[in-house]
Design a protein around this ligand. Structure first.
Ligand SMILES: [Mn+2]
Length: 290
């Protein structure tokens, strides 16, 4: 594994492409995540946001698009055919992740749905707040790897608890690092050439009791051969991780786990305040009668 320096990659085209994959339940968080991304974007390239629509209502699509200030370009994509269906993929069995549904697999399909000429995409979960300019992440050097990500705070290695239980059978080193799939910088050509979606689908279909669904499968097929970026770019906020989180200078805050800032009162009060601040600038702004 290489810890690549930030910087190094230069796009041949003049766009920064950021992808999300969401359903109706994530319309509000997507509006907030996108709003924060756009407000803090300072790159030279035009910002383009591509959303894999896994069942967003027409009203919510309209509210998302009108929650975001120009000049970001926004487009919605759909899974085009039965061949790319999420049906039959296993749900997570672990009690920690019962909040996940099949749509978590949507991220596997985005690279193939983008136009051929696109070279790269930043994938973001919708449960993030982008508090810094992502253009430094966009220019990250990936070496020979198909994507970059941050090591998972709670599951640092494939051999860790809740990691990849089959790692020995898969001939992975116990010290192969395990990444969190919530923020990824993807080289689209290498992703497709490495057939990551097909291999991950095979893993998912043969491992019905995955802990973290799509994330376990991706870690199993990539086996540590990914490029690592600092955890500031995928900074976990969970109650038990708060102390360490305070030691970081987050660039992208990721609200892991079942408790979400748009649903619950978090003890990570400062992060929640920042979240609600962005929420107020979307079409989901709460009515304040103060
Ligand atoms: Mn997430």
């Amino acid at each position: 594994m290489t810890q690549a320096p930030i910087g190094g990659w230069v796009a041949e085209n003049a766009r920064t492409c950021v992808g999300f994959a969401v359903d109706e339940a994530y319309a509000l968080p997507l509006a907030v995540a996108g709003r924060s991304l756009i407000e803090n974007y300072a790159g030279n390239e035009a910002l383009e946001i591509v959303i894999l629509d896994l069942g967003i209502s027409e009203l919510s699509r309209h509210r998302i698009a009108t929650s975001w200030p120009g000049p970001a370009k926004v487009s919605f994509l759909r899974l085009p055919s039965k061949n790319l269906s999420l049906d039959g993929l296993p749900l997570s069995s672990h009690e920690f992740v019962l909040h996940l549904n099949r749509n978590v697999y949507g991220r596997w399909f985005l690279p193939e749905l983008l136009p051929e000429e696109y070279r790269r995409m930043i994938y973001l979960d919708a449960d993030v707040l982008v508090v810094r300019d992502v253009s430094r992440l966009w220019h990250l050097g990936l070496g020979d790897h198909p994507f970059a990500a941050a090591q998972d705070k709670g599951i640092p290695y494939v051999s860790s608890q809740y990691g990849v239980p089959d790692y020995r059978e898969l001939r992975l080193s116990a010290r192969a690092k395990y990444f969190n799939a919530g923020v990824m910088v993807i080289d689209l050509d290498r992703w497709k050439a490495s057939r990551i979606r097909e291999r991950a689908l095979h893993y998912a279909r043969t491992h019905p009791f995955m802990r973290f669904a799509d994330q376990e499968a991706l870690n199993a097929v990539i086996g540590g051969r990914w490029t690592e970026f600092p955890m500031e770019w995928n900074c976990p906020v969970e109650d038990e991780l708060l102390d360490e989180q305070h030691a970081m200078d987050p660039r992208i805050i990721h609200f892991l786990g079942p408790r979400k800032p748009w649903l619950d009162e978090l003890s990570a009060a400062s992060c929640q305040a920042a979240y609600l601040d962005y929420l107020r600038r979307t079409q989901w702004a709460p009515d304040d009668h103060e």
